[in-house]
Ligand binder design. Structure first.
Ligand code: NAI
Ligand code: MG
Length: 333
């Protein structure tokens, strides 16, 4: 069977790291149909839209999509964020970020954490206004039972699938009594359906502190949109930083995998972009397709490459993007 994958290279180093991911996937004993689609500023200059409807249709039709990064251009009146629009159009409600130690001095040891962030509501629901002649700004925070239920189930299902025993629901229900109160109540309620998993709760400020103190205590964290955005950026710095951090966005009928980093315009064309984040995003894509064996093989190849010092400058190495990609491919044994 051929897997149909929608490639969304985007801007800056996006096309470079997506080319790496594609080369690595092609080296595996699987059959692929890749379809390349436009997204971002270059696409806007070409077609007038940073996210054409045709791109959304292709992502929906594919088994999964692999997204590079986009550049946010300076103030253009009719420009919209294609990343936010993509998440909304496809209802990609779950953003998953694995935080896993790598064999490198820049990484702390013993960490294997999955952060599950709600991706469509909370403070990023997009309900904002100015009042009092521009002297009062208001953003509404929306939390729904349905939205909370599906993200909590996703976290518990992922814990089960990966053999983890605990999930932390992270909130601020002592202050945000309505919104976080609902999120917390739903989490504790849904957890009763998963007697094999222990649901712990933690306030978000305590969690930010505990992550720095002892990140290895966490297996899965499930939280609302803004908290998840901040905690996942914080946590990726314990395990090698942006060059190696990958994520996946999941909806009911679409899945989009991506490196966490942006388009790093200053690195574009220099060959210095670390392809690891995009390659590890492909490993998440393999998991999603049910190709667990190939995903493990790929992660092992990346780890061995990094442990041998065969890496780009951000990890202290001297290799270019494509040289490091070739090193990963050679280790796919
Ligand atoms: P960035 O992630 O592009 O870069 C931050 C820093 O990390 C830079 O020093 C960069 O050189 C380094 N870096 C990033 N990826 C790397 C890699 N693969 N290998 C080695 N070093 C790497 O974030 P920044 O500079 O804030 O934003 C640049 C552009 O990207 C902006 O237009 C921003 O809006 C956009 N952006 C897009 C995202 C997306 O498409 N999902 C996410 C974040 C930013
Ligand atoms: Mg972020």
């Amino acid at each position: 069977m051929n897997y149909k994958i929608c490639l969304l290279p985007g801007d800056g180093i996006g096309p470079e790291v997506i080319a790496s991911a594609r080369d690595v996937l092609t080296a595996l004993p699987l059959q692929w149909d890749f379809i390349e689609c436009g997204i971002g500023y270059r696409e806007y200059q070409r077609s007038g839209s940073p996210l054409p409807d045709s791109t959304i249709r292709q992502i929906r039709r594919a088994d999964a999509a692999l997204f590079g990064a986009v550049t946010t251009p300076p103030n253009i009146p009719n420009y919209f964020s294609p990343v936010v629009r993509m998440r909304q159009s496809l209802d990609l409600y779950a953003n998953l970020r694995p935080i896993r130690s790598i064999p490198h001095p820049a990484s702390r040891a013993g960490i294997d954490l999955l952060i599950v962030r709600e991706n469509t509501e909370g403070l990023y629901a997009g309900i904002e206004r100015m009042e009092d002649d521009g002297n009062r700004a208001v953003t509404e925070r929306v939390i729904t039972r349905k939205g909370s239920e599906r993200i909590v189930r996703k976290a518990l299902d992922m814990a089960r699938q990966t053999g983890r025993k605990t999930v932390h629901v992270v909130h601020k229900a002592n202050v945000l009594r309505q919104t976080c109160g609902l999120f917390r109540a739903v989490a504790l309620e849904i957890a009763k359906d998963y007697p094999d998993i222990t649901m712990n709760e933690m306030l978000v400020d305590t969690c930010a502190m505990e992550l720095v103190r002892a990140p290895e205590q966490f297996e899965v964290i499930v939280t609302t949109n803004l908290f998840g955005d901040i905690l996942s950026d914080e946590a990726c710095m314990f395990v090698g930083g942006l060059g190696v951090a990958a994520s996946g966005n999941f909806g009911a009928d679409a899945a989009v995998f991506e490196p966490v980093h942006g388009s790093a315009p200053a690195l574009a064309g220099t060959g210095k972009a670390n392809p690891t984040a995009a390659i590890l995003a492909s490993a998440m894509l393999l998991d999603h397709l049910g190709e667990k064996g190939q995903a493990i093989r790929l992660r092992n190849a990346v780890e061995s490459c990094i442990a041998d010092g065969q890496a780009t400058p951000d990890l202290g190495g001297v290799l270019t993007t494509s040289q490091m990609t070739q090193q990963v491919i050679q280790r796919l044994i």
